[in-house]
Design a protein around this ligand. Structure first.
Ligand code: AMP
Ligand code: MN
Ligand code: MN
Length: 326
């Protein structure tokens, strides 16, 4: 991933582009979370109010716990054949275009808007609305909605509050700024149901998911005098628990929360690849470690796709973490 020198776009530039175009495709990243999806749905709902044509593209299916989001039923992998050539493709919450997966048609940079809050975003669009100090991509979208003079109605507020609660871990992570809490209050007043969102995103666990968590905890290991905790999950473990990929998303945070742990890694070796989730308590920059191996993310939360065997992946990640000061 090459960091581009193209400067970040201003709110006014992005809003002018949104007004100019008539059709949009909101694009989410693979293994979608509440931020990538909620940000795209919120902006899509708003653009529809302006009379624009809006589609939602996502390579993977909407995870069970996000199906409650307004417009989630319209998210698809297919692109309609009659889409105008100058439709704007709006990538939400990804540091490079490859995070959208392999199913996208070839796109001209001219037709790409990149809205994101990751460190080291590649600035791959014509316009790059990249605000690394924002807690979620959804709160970047709020800035655009304010400039567009579009009020936060109940549906938009629900999508945005979902982005905030997802990326702050339910207001627990260090990105929970006073501004994030003030916005959350405004979103609740606009009709977003915080209880429902909490229950949908963090509750409703299936028994298989909890059993899988138990297995992952059973095989966790500690290193570097207890400062590093890592574990893995594979196809056999998932099958034994009757779980699937939707059921592993929060698990790495449990590893990170163990006493004395500064860095946690979860190696997800299933469906033919090894995806690694990294979390830091704040001393080690796991975005920099992930970047060494072709991934990315934030200082305290990052990810990558590893190559080779599980043991090789574990060794590569250890090397990258040591290089970043573990
Ligand atoms: P996750 O562990 O999947 O929740 O991801 C944590 C953070 O790392 C999120 O901000 C992701 O967008 C980012 N991330 C995860 N996997 C990758 C990857 N393969 N490449 C770049 N960023 C990633
Ligand atoms: Mn995301
Ligand atoms: Mn995000």
């Amino acid at each position: 991933m090459i960091e581009s020198t193209i400067a970040a776009s201003t709110t006014q530039e992005v809003v002018a582009e949104l007004r100019r175009r008539s059709a949009f495709v909101m694009v989410s990243h693979v293994k979608p979370d509440g931020d990538t999806l909620g940000a795209g749905l919120a902006l899509g709902l708003a653009l529809k109010k302006l009379g624009k044509r809006v589609h939602y593209f996502q390579q993977d299916a909407v995870p069970r716990n996000l199906r409650f989001l307004p417009d989630a039923a319209f998210v698809a992998r297919e692109i309609p054949g009659d889409l105008p050539a100058d439709a704007l493709w709006v990538f939400c919450d990804m540091s490079d275009a490859a995070r959208a997966g392999e199913h996208l048609p070839p796109l001209l940079r001219e037709n790409i808007l990149d809205i994101d809050h990751h460190l080291g975003n590649a600035h791959f669009g014509k316009l790059n609305y990249v605000l690394p100090d924002e807690c979620s991509t959804g709160t970047c979208v709020v800035r655009l909605l304010r400039e567009l003079d579009i009020p936060l109605d109940r549906e938009i507020a629900t999508c945005i509050l979902t982005t905030v609660m997802t990326d702050t871990g339910g207001f627990m992570h260090s990105n929970t700024s006073p501004e994030a809490l003030e916005l959350a209050a405004e979103l609740m007043r606009a009709g977003a149901n915080k209880e429902e969102i909490t229950e949908e995103i963090f509750g409703n666990k299936r028994v298989g998911a909890t059993k899988l968590l138990g297995r992952i905890i059973d095989v966790m290991q500690f290193d570097f005098a207890g400062r590093y905790c890592y574990s893995h999950v594979d196809d056999a473990m998932m099958a034994a628990c009757g779980a699937d990929g939707d059921d592993t998303e929060d698990t790495v945070n449990v590893l990170r929360a163990q006493e004395g742990v500064e860095v946690a890694a979860l190696f997800k070796a299933y469906e033919g690849e090894i995806r690694v989730s990294l979390r830091s308590s704040g001393r080690v920059n796991v975005q920099a470690a992930a970047k060494r191996l072709g991934g990315g993310g934030h200082f305290r939360a990052s990810g990558l796709t590893a190559h080779g065997t599980l043991d090789e992946a574990i060794a590569q990640v250890r090397g990258a973490l040591v290089a970043e000061g573990l």
